[in-house]
Design a binder for this molecule. Structure first.
Ligand SMILES: NC(=O)C1=CN([C@@H]2O[C@H](COP(=O)(O)OP(=O)(O)OC[C@H]3O[C@@H](n4cnc5c(N)ncnc54)[C@H](OP(=O)(O)O)[C@@H]3O)[C@@H](O)[C@H]2O)C=CC1
Ligand SMILES: N[C@@H](CC=O)C(=O)O
Ligand code: NA
Length: 369
């Protein structure tokens, strides 16, 4: 029988972020078990799109051979209602960690939460979907007492969401949020249009960003601006704006018109080199003004305006000078006045994203015990 302080962990999604999370979870589990006053956490369920590994009687899974056990598992994958049923019947509190980018999983959050299952996730889809889903999620959590944290849904592990919540909850007035919100876009422009030197080919940099684990599972979700639009939707809602969806404001897409209807991400990457000249022209136009081009977003809270797209910057501007996959996010508020509160650092990558997820899990464990 588990003790009342014990917490079961269920993980959906074991890709770039999910694998790093599982390794961080193993470390956390060891550290907690060394301290008698801490809760004991047990991993009881792990799944990928077509594989699942769990035991019917909620025994803890072993971390050592987890990847192989999941790969080799012949257990029948469970539909989401069955996963909710299984977790709701567990003899301990349960935290679901959603490491997918699945809309179906996100749409089920209200049901998980209503059944007392807490959620931590880097998946943006729930918090940037319809405004009704956003309301249902927080209403379900408030009613059941289950917790929901999603720090890594904006700026990966950078403390963006927790900072914005603190600003709002302590009574500051957020007037504007602006910056670079995509690790992929940051990496692409920093390497394709660097402040010094000539930079690589656009399509080759896109391929690299995918290999480095910065892009969404389908890189078109980054290049069409929707990933940044999702993040701005989340931040705008936390700042008090009732943004209906990530397509309810202007978003610039960098997908060549000719490739808008290709069937798959792989086909898109294969054909992208044929259209390198389009981005090259944009880069050269900025260079002629002594500037570089960058992909940015902003939320003007007073005017209720959100926008996402390309802008030109002087080479000495902090946005132009970013390195690697760095994000830079400036919060303008009444308290901070003319000098914004600025958060900067890696905004994509498995380990830094998983760190935000593990940090959220620790917060949930503290609040559940
Ligand atoms: N990569 C990054 O830098 C960042 C990512 N994020 C977010 O983290 C999440 C994960 O990203 P990432 O790890 O890069 O993506 P990956 O594509 O590497 O991994 C996604 C995982 O989810 C699994 N999956 C997808 N749909 C389902 C489903 N319906 N049921 C069960 N499993 C499913 C996939 O299964 P299978 O293995 O079978 O394909 C895969 O294991 C996304 O929401 C992303 O937006 C947030 C911040 C930064
Ligand atoms: N694809 C996203 C991942 C993090 O949210 C990005 O590049 O920022
Ligand atoms: Na974050």
């Amino acid at each position: 029988m588990p003790s009342p302080k014990d917490v079961y962990i269920a993980v959906i999604g074991a890709g770039g972020v999910g694998k790093c999370f599982l390794s961080q979870l193993e470390g956390l589990s060891k550290r907690l078990s060394a301290s008698p006053r801490s809760p004991k956490i047990s991993l009881i369920f792990v799944s990928r799109s077509k594989k699942v590994h769990y035991s019917q009687n909620y025994t803890a899974l072993s971390y050592g051979d987890l990847a192989t056990s999941l790969d080799k598992s012949s257990q029948e994958p469970l539909a989401l209602p069955k996963i909710i049923e299984f977790l709701a019947a567990a003899p301990a509190k349960v935290v679901l960690v959603d490491n997918t980018s699945s809309q179906d999983v996100a749409d089920s959050y209200p049901s998980f939460l209503s059944n007392g299952i807490s959620i931590v996730t880097p998946n943006k889809k729930a918090f940037s979907g319809s405004y009704k889903l956003w309301q249902d999620i927080f209403a379900s959590a408030a009613e059941s007492g289950a917790k929901v944290y999603h720090e890594s849904s904006v700026g990966a592990g950078l403390p963006v969401i927790s900072t914005l919540k603190d600003l709002v909850e302590t009574g500051d007035e957020v007037t504007k949020i602006e910056g670079v919100f995509s690790g992929t876009m940051s990496f692409l422009f920093n390497s394709f249009a660097p402040t010094e030197g000539s930079g690589g080919k656009w399509s080759a940099e896109v391929k690299k960003a995918k290999e480095l684990g910065y892009t969404e599972p389908d890189p078109r979700d980054d290049l069409n601006g929707l990933d940044v639009a999702r993040k701005l939707t989340i931040l705008a809602r936390l700042a008090g704006l009732q943004v209906e969806s990530p397509t309810s404001f202007p978003v610039q897409s960098l997908i060549p018109k000719e490739l808008e209807s290709v069937a798959s991400g792989d086909e898109f990457l294969q054909k992208l080199p044929e259209f390198d000249s389009q981005m090259e022209e944009t880069k050269v136009a900025a260079e002629k003004e002594g500037k570089v081009v960058r992909f940015v977003g902003s939320i003007d809270v007073a005017k209720k305006e959100v926008k996402v797209g390309l802008e030109k910057f002087d080479r000495s501007h902090p946005i132009a000078a970013l390195k690697g996959s760095d994000n830079i996010i400036s919060f303008y508020t009444k308290r901070y006045g003319a000098n914004p509160l600025i958060i900067q650092g890696a905004g994509a990558g498995g380990e830094v994203t998983a760190m935000g997820v593990t940090g959220d899990l620790i917060k949930v464990l503290e609040r559940l015990s």
